[in-house]
Design a protein around this ligand. Structure first.
Ligand SMILES: Cc1cc2nc3c(=O)[nH]c(=O)nc-3n(C[C@H](O)[C@H](O)[C@H](O)COP(=O)(O)OP(=O)(O)OC[C@H]3O[C@@H](n4cnc5c(N)ncnc54)[C@H](O)[C@@H]3O)c2cc1C
Length: 463
């Protein structure tokens, strides 16, 4: 990259710059999750007045702190506290509530679908692709109709409401009722971090709920996690993963390793072992895939449909840099220079997304100013997981452990990693109040049909 200094400029060029000051560069960010939100946040701090205009496009008005979703589902954190409002915290960024449907980088134009109206076209000078990932499912009969993911705040809230609602309904049914058994059975598919955390947190909540439901006994509540591989949580050592399985077994949370779901039609979950469990709550956490919308852009993708990048977070085609196009987070394939990645690329997690975003913002500003841009290199320190109140798992280097200390480490790490002080305070104070008052065990399922009461009872004209 050439760096132009005032000395190297001709008097004519200097005069031109004085008479015609450069227009602010238009920076367009697609996706306001971890990577997009942090990029915009950092750009607001780095950019000088008039240097660039930043626009962020996302159909959602908030960034979701996804590692807290299992605790939201479990009722340990209030749902709204784990999302960070774009409007409240991105004060200098122009926000567009819409979904990018196409990017034509050759002409530097992005098409944005606006709900309920015609699409708009945004032009840009620099684009930052941070549309994240979606839950990846397999064509298994019944999964699309019956299962739910654990990737969005809405899914976590629905799981929480359904679990609490199911307990309420089951308590009114006779013990012999097949429906009662179905209502008290929960199934998670996928034994990665997200699946295990959701499973363990929900098991902990279900046990806590029993105190208020004398009609239901501990043995009646069935929790099954199905994992196709021979182990769970690839991020921790086999020994630690085994301890997690033993701990969950003791809490009546059964892990089925080397087992696949072959059908989930009508909620009847058939396993490759021949076992069948009927359930109303089937949580699918068996993988993620780069946001499919990446296919609608004229950027090169790898075999897993991720946008190809170099370590400087520039989008690339082979060795060739595609100018003014950047990417980070789960939608991207960024080389992992630490040597710890999968297939040579950074694994899709928040640890990478946040750090890549911060560097990406610096690199974009440097490129506008004609300065040097840097490569992303970061070595993961470890991982922490919450497995229900008072139990966690930790892996730092070769050290692995499960129990109370890792749980404290999990809460300490994530409490502080939550972006913005306003959100940190809400989450941490919520934990403190829960410790004093107990979990908040109320679910308002009727929010799904908010007009039902009105429609049923409102006086109709002439009646
Ligand atoms: C349950 C769970 C637990 C997790 N726990 C951990 C953990 O403990 N540690 C860790 O490091 N990672 C964890 N992760 C992974 C981590 O949350 C993700 O890796 C991270 O969110 C990726 O950030 P991102 O910005 O790439 O994507 P996201 O945060 O998913 O953001 C993508 C954004 O793009 C928007 N978008 C999508 N399509 C479009 C479009 N067409 N136009 C405009 N906007 C669009 C979305 O609305 C969203 O706001 C967890 C994930 C889950 C689901």
């Amino acid at each position: 990259m050439t760096v132009e200094t005032s000395k190297s400029r001709t008097p004519k060029a200097v005069l031109k710059q004085v008479l015609e000051p450069a227009k602010p560069k238009k920076i367009l960010i697609i996706g306001g999750g971890y990577a997009g939100f942090y990029t915009a946040w950092k750009l607001e701090k780095l950019l000088k007045k008039g240097e660039a205009e930043v626009t962020l496009v996302d159909p959602l008005p908030y960034m979701t702190y996804q590692p807290f979703l299992p605790e939201v589902a479990a009722g340990s954190i209030e749902a709204r506290h784990v999302v960070v409002s774009h409007r409240q915290h991105l004060k200098k960024t122009k926000l567009v509530s819409g979904r990018m449907t196409q990017v034509t980088h050759k002409s530097k134009k992005a098409t944005i679908a606006i709900e309920g109206d015609k699409s708009i076209t945004l032009s840009y000078d620099q684009i930052i692709m941070t549309a994240g990932a979606v839950t990846r499912t397999f064509p298994i009969d019944g999964i699309a109709e019956q299962a739910i993911g654990m990737k969005t705040i809405e899914e976590a809230v629905e799981v929480r409401n359904r679990l609490f609602g199911n307990f309420e309904r089951a308590a009114a049914l006779p013990k012999s009722s097949p429906l009662r058994k179905r209502l008290l059975t929960l199934i998670v598919v996928g034994g990665g971090f997200a699946g295990i955390e959701a499973f363990a947190e929900l098991r902990s909540t279900a046990t806590a709920l029993l105190r208020y439901y004398p009609e239901i006994s501990f043995d009646e509540v069935n929790f099954h996690l199905i994992e196709a591989m021979g182990r769970i949580m690839p991020e921790v050592s086999e020994k630690t993963a085994q301890k997690v399985i033993e701990n969950l077994n003791k809490r009546a949370g059964y892990i089925h390793l080397n087992t696949q779901v072959v059908s989930a039609k009508d909620g009847k979950v058939k396993l490759s072992t021949g076992e069948v469990f009927e359930s109303d709550i089937i949580i699918w956490t068996a993988g993620v895939a780069a946001a499919p919308v990446a296919k609608n852009c004229d950027f090169p993708l790898d075999a897993r449909h991720r946008i190809l990048a170099n370590a400087k977070l520039q989008i690339v085609e082979g060795d060739k840099v595609i100018k003014n196009a950047w990417t980070a987070g789960d939608v991207s394939a960024v080389p992992d220079l630490s040597g710890g990645g999968v297939g040579g690329y950074c694994v899709p997690n928040a640890q990478h997304a946040v750090r890549q975003a911060k560097l990406l913002a610096k690199n974009v500003v440097a490129s506008i100013r004609g300065e040097e841009i840097r490569e992303y290199k970061w070595t993961t320190i470890g991982a922490v997981a919450g497995l229900g109140i008072g139990i966690g798992a930790i892996k730092v280097g070769k050290f692995g452990m499960i129990g109370f200390f890792p749980w404290l480490a999990h809460r300490g790490y994530h409490g502080l990693a939550m972006p913005t002080w306003e959100r940190k305070i809400r989450v941490i104070s919520g934990w403190v109040w829960n410790a004093v008052l107990g979990r908040d065990l109320v679910a308002i399922e009727a929010t799904k049909t908010p007009r039902l009461f009105f429609e049923t009872w409102a006086t109709k004209p002439g009646k």
